[in-house]
Design a protein around this ligand. Structure first.
Ligand code: B12
Length: 210
């Protein structure tokens, strides 16, 4: 974890944060360390938002910084991973929810670990997931959500997949800020992943990739 990077993001010093991330990449730091620092900083931003010291502009800027940092880190991670595609995943942020930073990290990690990923984006209606399963024929579906209302949207999505007769064709994993094992039970999904690394492990387990 880089304290300097955590502080620069948490204090909204955008240029400094990007410079530190670049410096770390060029200096050969582990890309995961950079992403972990960014995640730690997002936690601080979220806490300050809850306390009322930060407002929406800070939330937005922190999101922009995280995306830029992911772009800086991406080339080194892609280089490190041998890209041999061994499974398909459809993923999206569920209906009513527009948070995509966490999802994008999951997409990115699946991608560099050799999975073919169809990212449906944000605010994705259950029927859109159903159509994507029919067309793209993934082994795994990932549902992301950060709002409390996402819990029911996830449940509705799982139910729509069931109704379309596709439930036994896919494994469904869910994740996002407030998602827990209890929420997983509520939604009827197969598993919950606390972070992108857990998501990749689940997909590897389900498609039998090493
Ligand atoms: C950044 C942010 C925003 C940005 C989002 C930018 C973007 N492009 O995503 C903006 C400013 C747009 C935003 C908007 C809003 N936000 Co907001 N936001 C946040 C914040 C600060 C950080 C979320 C984040 O991106 N974290 C960084 C990622 C990397 O976190 P992570 O959880 O570690 O990610 C990992 C896991 O979640 C997992 N994962 C994620 N998805 C998936 C999927 C699968 C399948 C798997 C396996 C794993 C997985 O892997 C990730 C990577 O390792 C949180 C506070 C917080 N502390 O979480 C509030 C928060 C989520 N927002 C909140 C709210 C209320 C809102 C708004 C309603 C505000 C408003 N009044 O308009 C709107 C929502 C509009 C909507 N319809 O969605 C609340 C939600 C409260 C609730 N109970 O519902 C929170 C908790 C803040 C708070 N404490 O009040 N927000």
């Amino acid at each position: 974890m880089s304290k300097k990077l955590v502080n620069a993001i948490a204090e909204m010093r955008e240029q400094e944060a990007l410079a530190i991330a670049k410096e770390m990449v060029e200096g050969g730091s582990d890309p995961m360390e950079i992403l972990d620092s960014a995640r730690e900083a997002m936690g601080i931003v979220g806490q300050r938002y809850e306390e009322g010291t930060y407002f929406l502009p800070e939330l937005i800027l922190s999101g922009v910084m995280l995306n830029q940092i992911a772009e800086i880190v991406k080339p080194v991670m892609a280089e490190a991973a041998k890209v041999e595609r061994h499974g398909k995943v459809v993923i999206g942020t569920v209906e009513g929810d527009i948070h995509d930073i966490g999802k994008d990290i999951v997409v990115f990690m699946l991608d560099v670990n050799g999975f073919e990923v169809l990212d449906l984006g944000i605010d994705v209606a259950p029927q859109k997931f159903v159509e994507a399963i029919k067309d793209f024929q993934p082994q795994v579906v990932g549902l992301s959500g950060f709002l409390t209302l996402a819990f029911d949207a996830m449940k509705d999505t799982v139910e729509a997949i069931k109704k379309a007769g596709l439930r036994d064709k896919v494994k469904i994993m869910i994740g996002g800020g407030q998602i827990s094992e209890e929420i997983r039970k509520h939604t009827g999904a197969d598993a919950y992943g606390k972070d992108a690394v857990a998501g990749v492990s689940l997909v590897k387990e389900w498609v039998g990739a090493k």
